[in-house]
Design a protein around this ligand. Structure first.
Ligand code: HEC
Length: 469
């Protein structure tokens, strides 16, 4: 388009805007304010700025990083930050539609909020007219029962109120009243797939929701959503005990000493079947662990128990020697919605004594004899606040603990903060290892000091997990 014809079409748009400033214009408060602010103080009136609607632009209320452009009856969401343009799949509203929405909108502001109208006006641009989401911007399909099951009323309210950091989802606090937020949330729950009875049950929930894949070192056995990806980090500071020994101030309870940081990813192939890969560092023999897990019972589905089975293989020195094969059962049961008990029997074939290589060389990780062991992990999580849990666990090795020089059961306790799709657990433990077979070993073997797993040897550790998708 030439400069001239651009100017021309702008004039036409202005003309239309001036001539027909009525229902076609979908102006929120912001553009109107811009309008006023842009009026010059001088006597000579400036040409009026064309309305966004006349230009086919619609501001996304509450968003500073996206806007909607209308072309040929279609609406596109433009994100100038990521340079993406998304077909929202929502046809342009007709004037009549819009009038209706506006009318019901203003009526609801005055009297009773109408969730459908709020959704249509303020949310549908990004979430789709039918709430099914817009795949290009990763808005969830609210008609999918799994999506609905994954998020509690409280979490929905929080996200609608405060938004979601790092995403286009901005908070509506101050723009919608608490009542309106509750109503639009109710509307999302009323969509096909949103289960109003589950919602009713949720106001009086009976089932515990673990915040993390790990209690501390034991698995919680929780499901990961289909195509969900979780990253898990663990840190253990086994070299300096937290509460005993000299210069506690000097090493900040061991936090200033070396850590064993491990991390891995877990991916949901289906809503029941997941796979994971996990790796620990050199000074705990750099094992890589590959795992498949299957959840066959779940309290969320009305069963009396959560049950999962996990099979894994670990290989030390980056999966090149000292292989151990593990078979775990992970059973848990909620005590109402406040607490959960865990039982994790673990069979490890060719288990190896926990040791600390003293150099980065592969030769510092010798081939070790393997023993078949059985450990019986048990744990508990107790919510002391809606998003804060206390966790505790113990992992006695009941078969072949002696040859692995496990003198006392490994144990841990901590405090866990659970945020939406995110958890941080801080605690104390006697177990430096976090792979399936290593977690039953203790600091005593690791440091070759038989007394190092007494309570005085407790050291700091923390876990971090984040569901990325
Ligand atoms: C500018 C676009 C945009 C608007 C407008 C918008 N949202 Fe969102 N919303 C998003 C995006 C993007 C996500 C997904 C963020 C993610 O997880 O990556 C999201 C996520 C959500 C979630 C969390 C869903 C889940 O399971 O993860 C809820 C609930 C939600 N929005 C409700 C609303 C409501 C109610 C409104 C209207 C009052 C609204 N949104 C308006 C973009 C938007």
């Amino acid at each position: 388009m030439s400069r001239r014809s651009e100017v021309l079409s702008l004039c036409v748009a202005v003309a239309i805007a001036v001539a027909a400033p009525g229902p076609k214009l979908s102006l929120g408060a912001t553009p109107a304010a811009v309008h006023e602010a842009s009026a010059p103080p001088a006597a000579r009136p400036a040409p009026p700025v064309p309305s966004p609607a006349a230009l086919g632009i619609e501001f996304v209320e509450n968003s500073t990083s996206s806007l909607i452009v209308e072309r040929d009856g279609k609406r596109y969401l433009v994100d100038p930050v990521s340079h993406t343009i998304t077909d929202t799949g929502n046809p342009m509203e007709t004037g009549a539609d819009h009038r209706a929405a506006k009318a019901s909108g203003s009526a609801l502001m005055a009297s009773q909020p109408d969730g459908a109208a709020i959704f249509k006006q303020k949310c549908s641009a990004c979430h789709g007219a039918d709430g099914k989401g817009v795949s290009a911007i990763h808005t969830p399909d609210f008609t999918n029962p799994q999506v609905q099951a994954q998020i509690t009323d409280q979490q929905m309210t929080d996200i609608i109120t405060h938004g979601k950091a790092g995403t286009m989802m901005a908070g509506w606090k101050g723009k919608l009243t608490d009542e309106e937020i509750a109503t639009v949330r109710g509307f999302l729950r009323s969509l096909p797939g949103g289960n109003p009875s589950a919602q009713a049950a949720e106001s009086k929930p009976k089932v515990y929701t673990p915040g993390d894949d790990l209690l501390f070192s034991l698995p919680t056995g929780r499901r990961v959503p289909r195509h969900g990806l979780i990253v898990n980090f663990t840190h253990r500071f086994p070299y300096t005990p937290a509460f005993t020994g000299p210069a506690k101030g000097g090493s900040l309870m061991g936090l200033d000493d070396f850590a064993l940081p491990s991390f891995g990813f877990r991916y949901g192939l289906t809503s029941r079947l997941s796979v994971s890969i996990y790796r620990s560092p050199t000074f705990i023999a750099r094992p890589i662990q590959l795992m498949a897990a299957y959840n066959f019972l779940d309290e969320q589905d009305g069963q009396h128990l959560n049950a999962a089975v996990r099979v894994s293989i670990e290989g030390q020195n980056s999966f090149s020697r000292n292989y151990t094969e593990n078979l775990e059962g992970v059973f848990s049961r909620s005590l109402r919605s406040r607490a959960q008990l865990y039982f994790v029997p673990t069979l490890s074939l060719n288990d190896h004594r926990l040791f600390a290589p003293n150099s980065f060389f592969s030769s510092a990780i010798p081939n070790l004899p393997g023993y078949n062991t059985l450990s019986l992990g048990a744990g508990v999580a107790l919510d002391i606040r809606p998003t804060v849990a206390l966790v505790a666990e113990v992992i006695p090795t009941v078969v072949n603990g002696r040859p692995l020089e496990i003198h006392r059961p490994a144990y841990s306790f901590g405090i866990q903060k659970k945020i939406w799709r995110h958890a941080f657990t801080f605690g104390f433990t006697t177990s430096p290892g976090t792979t399936v077979s290593q977690r039953a070993g203790t600091r005593a073997t690791f440091l070759e000091d038989p007394t190092a797993d007494k309570p005085g040897g407790l050291f700091i550790g923390f876990d971090l997990s984040r569901q990325l998708f």
